[in-house]
Design a protein around this ligand. Structure first.
Ligand code: BGP
Length: 477
């Protein structure tokens, strides 16, 4: 049984949802420099804005002008929690101003007031894939230590402003995306001068891991600051958890899977939950010729700023194999690895593995013994809007149902699970491809890949299903 105060809700991120990219003093962030794309044609980052190119984040699905309507829809489904992010560039347009942008702050006051009206708890991601672009230009993003101060200043501002409105905070979305080349665009912003497709960004492990070190320090500093000044706050991490299995019982496969699990899934949260670098990373750094610059006090900072709860996104699992032929032939998932013959794959090549969620929850809870929350999960799929305005998304219901069943199993296994916020509870722009066609929502937004659409909202079949799930605290699936 799920606990009585289980936090049911849904997740979004400002850069994929808000739009209003240059209204009321907002500055440009990295996603505002990203074009649209698709599964087969990667989105691009452009240094300068191009005429006649679509930048989907600019309007996105326009939460900025629809927040009252959207929050009412969330309330109708019975949401207890609403995961959202604050857009850094709405508060500090370049990330470097001395004083915050009052209009930006006022927008979130209104959003939080609206949530309060329905008794919905906000869960706020402080930085969700939207570094101010000015920090890329000036500092090569998180590669420079100076960005830590910019982030700390931003956090202090929002903590003080929203201290009575927000209790749950996540310092960085999917922080471990910085371990992968694509993370340079999405997360670390180490793309100074880069102009090109997201999948061709130069692979610079040392730069990314240095940037990650700065994110760890920034995260730890603000967690300590929050604990000292706002004892009511609960501070969490947020990691991608891509369950990784050995493809076979060949010991080489087992070791390859263990290595992948460590670098991809455990490294960042080991630092954030335990407060120090894990021993296994030394060897990886040596192999990759990565030398991280740390300052004298850094180890102490990490020790003092550990998380109160662990959150993660879960979409897929993957397999590791030492067989070169298999690796060559297999498409695997976006993350890495070879395809699992026991699993089905989504239209975007992500392998669907509900039991992997149970396994992951157990692994995470065994390791850290902290309350856990699944803050993203869901099926990106093509939806068909029928003439009568209905959307029959039984595939999405199936996916979510199977994952909730496995969450319940994990709870029976002993995991302390706080809540569940499926990704993109309302349609938003895709982070990896920049398209609208990859939809996750319970609510359909009339917005298309060519930028057309009147932005009207429609309830999908899954909307009515999820409402019942919440009403029954997960008993009616
Ligand atoms: C995660 C991100 C989200 C989100 C989701 C789905 O990586 O935290 O921002 O978009 O994945 O991914 P996509 O939009 O690429 O399908």
């Amino acid at each position: 049984m799920l606990r009585k105060d289980f936090l049911w809700g849904g997740a979004t991120a400002a850069n994929q949802y808000e739009g209003a990219w240059d209204l009321d003093g907002k500055g440009a962030s990295v996603p505002d420099h990203c074009t649209n794309g698709s599964y087969t044609s990667p989105k691009r980052v452009t240094v300068n804005f191009e005429d006649n190119t679509l930048y989907p984040s600019r309007e996105a699905t326009d939460f900025y002008h629809h927040y009252k309507e959207d929050i009412a829809l969330a309330a109708e489904m019975g949401f207890k929690v609403f995961r959202m992010s604050i857009n850094w560039t709405r508060i500090y347009p370049t990330g470097m101003e001395e004083t915050p942008n009052e209009k930006g702050l006022a927008f979130y006051d209104e959003v939080f007031a609206e949530l309060k009206k329905y008794n919905i708890e906000p869960l706020v991601t402080i930085s969700h894939y939207e570094l101010p672009y000015a920090l890329v230009e000036k500092y090569n993003g998180w590669y420079s230590r100076e960005v830590i101060d910019c982030y700390v200043c931003y956090c202090k501002t929002i903590f003080e402003r929203y201290k009575d409105k927000v209790k749950y905070w996540l310092t960085f979305n999917e922080i471990n995306s910085g371990t992968m080349p694509m993370g340079a665009v999405l997360s670390t912003g180490t793309i100074k001068g880069y102009d090109g497709p997201i999948n061709k960004v130069p692979d610079e492990p040392e730069v990314r891991f240095q940037a990650l070190h700065h994110q760890f320090i920034a995260s730890a500093l603000v967690i300590k600051y929050a604990h000292d000044n706002y004892p009511q706050f609960k501070m969490g991490n947020m990691s991608i958890f891509a369950a990784t299995y050995p493809y076979s019982c060949n010991p080489d496969d087992i070791l390859a899977a263990q290595k992948q699990m460590r670098i991809m899934n455990w490294f960042c949260s080991d630092v954030q939950a335990r407060g120090y670098y894990p021993s296994y990373i030394e060897r990886y750094f040596k192999e990759k010729n990565i030398n991280i610059k740390k300052e004298a006090n850094d180890d102490e900072i990490l020790r003092q700023g550990t998380i109160d709860f662990y959150t993660f996104s879960y979409y897929m699992s993957s397999c590791m194999s030492c067989d070169p032929e298999l690796n060559r032939k297999s498409k695997g998932n976006i993350i890495t690895g070879v395809s699992n013959p026991y699993l089905k794959t989504s239209d975007w090549g992500w392998q669907i593995d509900p039991q992997g969620l149970r396994w992951s929850l157990n692994e995470i809870y065994d390791r850290y013994q902290l309350p856990v929350m699944v803050v993203e999960n869901g099926l990106g799929a093509y939806d068909k809007l029928e003439e009568d305005g209905s959307i029959h998304d039984s595939y999405r219901i199936d996916y979510l149902k199977q994952h909730i069943e496995q969450m319940k199993e994990a709870v029976e296994d002993g995991v302390d699970l706080m809540g569940y916020t499926p990704w993109g509870w309302i349609d938003v722009v895709s982070a990896s491809t920049g398209e609208m066609a990859k939809r996750y929502g319970f609510v359909y937004v009339n917005k298309y890949d060519d930028g057309s659409g009147d932005l009207s909202r429609k309830k999908k079949d899954s909307f009515f299903w999820y409402k019942k799930v919440i009403e029954s605290n997960g008993e009616t699936l």
